[in-house]
Design a binder for this molecule. Structure first.
Ligand code: FA5
Length: 348
């Protein structure tokens, strides 16, 4: 009996020491030391033995039990160490804040949320829409028919190949939207008139970059349609917005501008905050930065949107959030905005 117990012990120790997972250790513990375990059975059988047998074998069986228990514990600890679960009595508080600096919102998002609050307080909805857009909503519905020279005003990233394009309608042909104006007719079709909404979002243009031009930038479109809307309403809304976002008066200038989807159309320039109007590479030495295109919504666009142009008029505008952030924080190169350089981003 003692011999077979010795063999059992050796077999168990071998299996325990070569065990590679916590689960297999638990199984071995159950097999040898559990309620119906092989060593437990020997210990239970002691009661049927003579006093002498019980004395020698009992002592030995308890020693085997103790050895196996210790070996199981040791192997468990070394497996935990390997797995990095517990390292020599240390424990890990996963709720502690990281030593690394916490992340924060990108300056573009910070300003976007701020301007959304300002426009919401003036009763504007904040709407979203597709960046991958049909030629129809990006151009045609905005009074820019195919082959119209105005399509060249914004260099476009086309998605479909020329050969695919031959068989597709303008609603199927896709572009990366060149402006957030793509949402004007979508919003009119969905909400009708009266309508007050802004559409912030990312736009894309296939053009050369410099200190104030990027190929990927963010715009905000604004649209207000109701009875008797005039340029005076546009001026009031834009002046309120600018004085709130800059927390002070900023110098602007209005000049005529051509966009096929508005009539009349104009552009709003901001005094260059980088040089204070003296002239620098951002404003190309003019002292002014082109900030916004705007105008009274063209009747053809209202028609595409299903709105009665005899009853309703409206204004629309579109400006670059990226340029706004540059002016607000005096950033002298637009390419820093999406460059992902933490030395730049950590300043906000
Ligand atoms: C437009 O995109 C028109 N959709 C704006 C509009 C809306 C006019 C509604 C009338 C009615 P424009 O291409 O000028 O227009 O761009 C508008 C603004 O986007 C510019 O004033 C400027 O602030 C910004 N912008 C234009 N091109 C770039 C660029 N490459 N990089 C950064 N910002 C740019």
């Amino acid at each position: 009996m003692k011999n077979s117990l010795e063999q059992l012990k050796n077999k168990a120790l071998k299996e325990i020491r070569s065990s590679e997972t916590h689960d297999s250790l638990l199984k071995l513990e159950k097999r040898y030391l559990g309620r119906k375990g092989e060593v437990t059975k020997v210990l239970r059988s002691l009661k049927d033995m003579t006093a002498d047998e019980r004395k020698t074998l009992g002592k030995f069986a308890n020693k085997v039990k103790q050895e196996l228990t210790e070996s199981l514990e040791e192997t468990k600890v070394s497996l935990q160490e390997i797995a990095g679960e517990v390292i020599k009595g240390d424990w890990l508080d996963v709720t502690l804040p990281s030593e690394k600096k916490l992340g924060h919102l990108h300056p573009l998002s910070q300003v976007q949320y701020e301007l959304e609050d300002i426009f919401s307080s003036m009763g504007f909805m904040v709407l979203d829409g597709p960046e991958l857009e049909s030629e129809f909503y990006n151009f045609e519905a905005l009074n820019i028919p195919k082959d119209h020279p105005a399509r060249d005003m914004q260099d476009t990233f086309y998605i479909n190949s020329k050969s695919e394009n031959r068989n597709l309608s303008s609603k199927q042909k896709l572009v990366l939207r060149t402006h957030t104006s793509n949402l004007q007719v979508r919003a009119m079709q969905k909400y009708g008139a009266p309508l007050r909404a802004i559409f912030p979002g990312r736009v894309f243009r296939c053009e050369a970059t410099d200190a104030s031009h990027d190929t990927t930038f963010d715009q905000v479109e604004g649209l207000m349609i109701d009875e008797n809307i005039s340029i005076a309403n546009f001026k009031a809304v834009v002046e309120t917005f600018l004085s709130q976002i800059f927390n002070r008066e900023v110098k602007t200038r209005l000049r005529p501008g051509y966009f096929p989807f508005v009539e009349p159309g104009f552009e709003v320039d901001l005094n260059c905050e980088i040089c204070g109007g003296k002239g620098c590479r951002v404003c190309k030495n003019s002292g002014w930065v082109e900030f916004m295109g705007a105008g009274m919504v063209h009747p053809n666009v209202l028609k595409y949107g299903g709105i009665n142009s005899k009853k309703y008029t409206g204004f629309a505008f579109g400006f670059g959030i990226t340029r706004l952030v540059m002016m607000k924080y005096k950033i002298s190169d637009i390419r820093l905005m999406l460059g992902g350089d933490l030395r730049f981003l950590n300043q906000f």
